[in-house]
Write a protein that binds this ligand. Structure first.
Ligand code: GSH
Length: 213
């Protein structure tokens, strides 16, 4: 299998985390989203231009981080399942995965892009709205993480693959000071081998664009 990804991309990190957790082998293809020529080349392969993208041995493309994780869960042996077989648990994992992607990742990425602009060009109203959305999501996650080891229950899942990379960026903009359940979740789960590996691989790229954090 071939994986096209970018280390700076939270959705790529989410996918890498799932692949590492499950010990799935793949051929990595780094896409440099900061290079217009590399982007143009990648658009020829995948016209939507989004990473991550998995290409199976038979050449079939599997885009979208959650769909990639679902695919590797059902098509490869070994490692814990990222999406439980129990229908109710599975629904909860997929729901929390959606919540993290839509209501945490999107505002965090907006804040990251705005923060790269010179201060006088930053859209303060948009940044305020993004911070409010993050606050709503933190309160939701605080509630979810009450008495839970992992975001969706008592086992690591796709929901944690979605949450951890974005929390890694989010904590710079919105610290967990008033979110003790998120803080202790972060303290526990960010030490996982697979996440430490994603972080170690991504950090040089993150530091290059965002500085030491
Ligand atoms: N829903 C997609 C989102 C993927 C996505 O937005 N990737 C970003 C990087 S985090 C990207 O490829 N951006 C490049 C672009 O939009 O041109 C997923 O879950 O994989």
């Amino acid at each position: 299998m071939d994986l096209y990804f970018a280390y700076l991309s939270t959705y790529s990190q989410k996918t890498l985390l799932g692949l590492y957790e499950r010990g799935v082998e793949f051929t990595p293809h780094l896409v440099d989203l900061t290079d217009p020529d590399a982007r143009a080349e990648y658009h020829k392969l995948y016209p939507f231009g989004k990473v991550p993208l998995l290409i199976r041995e038979d050449g079939r493309m599997i885009p979208e981080s959650s769909i990639i994780l679902e695919y590797i869960d059902t098509s490869t042996d070994g490692g814990p399942f990222l999406i439980p077989k129990d229908p109710e648990l599975s629904r909860r994992v997929r729901f929390l995965d959606r919540m993290c992607d839509l209501y945490l990742n999107d505002p965090v990425v907006s804040l990251i892009f705005e923060s790269w602009k010179p201060t006088e060009q930053q859209n303060l109203e948009m940044m305020q709205k993004a911070s409010e959305k993050i606050g709503i999501m933190y309160r939701f996650m605080e509630d979810q993480l009450q008495d839970r080891e992992f975001l969706a229950g008592d086992a690591f899942s796709m929901a944690d693959c979605s949450a951890l990379p974005v929390l890694y960026y989010a904590k710079s903009f919105a610290p967990f000071a008033e979110s003790p359940n998120i803080q202790s979740y972060w303290d526990r789960q960010s030490k996982r081998d697979a996440f430490l590996r994603v972080k170690a691989e991504a950090e040089p790229y993150i530091t290059a664009v965002m500085g030491e954090r």
